[in-house]
Design a protein around this ligand. Structure first.
Ligand code: RFL
Ligand code: PHB
Length: 398
């Protein structure tokens, strides 16, 4: 292996500048724990990924603690309810009334990421963008962790106390864990979501989750003038197959006539297809390397939980590292994996349940459709049934 051009020491090396990595970096900085972030892409590329739109209270509080909540509070849209559309009729789930006053915040992941990038830059903290071939080494028990990367054709090495793998589903950290120490659980769904972003006013004040015989649709939003819509599509579909016109026509067919009539259409700003997957890694700690966010788990987006789980993982990891550095205790880092996984599995269950409840599984001969009918009837007629959905949707306590 080539000799590194530079060798430095930083207590915590964070791999990945998505929401997990940026949030962890900021929280650690606030607690006086120095860190560096290594990101393989450019800032513009990171900001161009259109993803989550719904934040739980837990995520909102974490952004507040990171000092990155000002614009979210000014521009984000608090939502007190969602609507489920079934057999052409909309049913409101009153999140606030059913959960004793809780609500969610509609604020795009792009904006969260931008705010976190801004506070990091303002604090003068280092993020190395376009860091290539990032590789963690020697992180198992009894070893001294190091991370190597290449930048502008030179190899650099950082020695550290801990590595935080915040590098998403395709990252290098999980892939570097020893095969005999890692267990994964996975379910892949037989469809994807085609998403479209447009500068058009949202069709409805609240999000509409629509189950229809033509498949699932979601009417979401980013602001009062920007909408985000999704359609369930076969995995074989390609974005190029879907013109904007075809998208709008199909969406109109999947919602009720009143919603279809109100829909304002316009050119797409972004259009992409995401496969739906449930995935969990156990454990989330390998000696002195921790995994957080999508690096450790994936949920289908139906429950709006991915970014929120990333925030709670980071919350537990931050507490563990603060415990280590400030209180000289390993209790927090020792319990990180177990604590995080307990919350993750509940969100995995909710996301799987919402996915099974709202999508078309025509190929199963109609059994799932009957289960959906029974479950949705229960939710629409029993306050307890609706409360189970509401309590999970707004997010379980940490
Ligand atoms: P990210 O965002 O994937 O960031 C990981 C970062 O690591 C970098 N990276 C590397 N850097 C260095 N070296 C390497 N070898 C590297 N490999 C990767 C990547 O470039 C990237 O910058 O993971 P993170 O930070 O854990 O954040 C997770 C969230 O992005 C994700 O859970 C959510 O977007 C999921 N999600 C939703 N979550 C919600 O809470 N509410 C929602 O409403 C919601 N809607 C969604 C979603 C995800 C979607 N897609 C496309 C999967 C809607 C969709 C359509
Ligand atoms: C989004 O706005 O992107 C969004 C909202 C709710 C979901 C999934 C995605 O459940």
């Amino acid at each position: 292996m080539s000799t590194p051009a530079t060798t430095t020491h930083v207590p915590v090396v964070i791999v990945g500048a998505g929401p997990s990595g940026l949030l962890l970096g900021q929280l650690l900085h606030k607690s006086g724990i120095e860190n560096i972030i290594l990101e393989q892409r450019s800032p513009d590329y990171v900001l161009s990924r259109i993803r989550a739109g719904v934040l739980e209270q837990v995520a909102v509080e974490m952004l507040e603690k990171a000092g990155a909540a000002e614009r979210m509070h000014a521009e984000g849209l608090p939502h007190e309810g969602i609507e489920l559309l079934y057999f052409g009729k909309r049913h409101r789930i009153d999140l606030k009334a059913l959960t004793g006053g809780k609500q969610v915040m509609v604020y795009g992941q792009t904006e969260v990421t931008r705010d976190l990038m801004d506070v990091r830059a303002a604090a003068g903290l280092t993020t190395v963008y376009e860091a290539l071939n990032v590789q963690p080494f020697d992180f198992l028990e009894g070893e001294k962790p190091r991370v190597r990367y290449e930048k502008d054709g030179q190899t650099h090495e950082i020695t550290c106390d801990f590595i935080a793998g915040c590098d998403g589903f395709h990252g290098v950290c999980r892939a570097s864990a020893p095969a005999d120490k890692i267990k994964t659980f996975e379910k892949v769904y037989p469809f994807g979501w085609l998403g479209l972003l447009s500068d058009t006013p949202p069709v409805s004040e609240e999000l509409i989750y629509a189950s229809s015989e033509r498949g699932f649709a979601l009417c979401s939003q980013r602001s009062l003038s920007r909408s985000r819509y999704y359609l369930q599509v076969p995995l074989t579909d390609k974005v190029e197959d879907w013109s904007d016109e075809a998208f709008w026509e199909e969406l109109k067919r999947r919602v009720d006539p009143e919603t279809a009539a109100k829909l304002v259409t316009g050119p797409s700003i972004e259009k992409s297809i995401a496969p739906l997957r449930s995935f969990v890694t156990e454990p989330m700690r390998f000696g002195r390397m921790f995994l957080a966010g999508d690096a450790a788990h994936i949920v289908p987006p139906t429950g709006a939980k991915g970014l929120n789980l990333a925030a709670s993982d980071v919350g537990y990891l931050w507490q563990g590292l603060v415990d280590f550095y400030q209180n000289k205790s390993e209790a927090g880092i020792d319990s990180y994996s177990e604590k995080a996984l307990r919350r993750i599995w509940k969100a995995e269950h909710f996301s799987w349940w919402m996915t099974m409840l709202m999508h078309d599984f025509a190929e199963d001969g109609g059994f799932n459709a009957k289960m959906q009918e029974a479950e949705l009837h229960y939710i629409f007629t029993s306050e307890n049934g609706a409360r189970v959905l509401a309590e999970n949707y707004v997010g379980l306590p940490m």
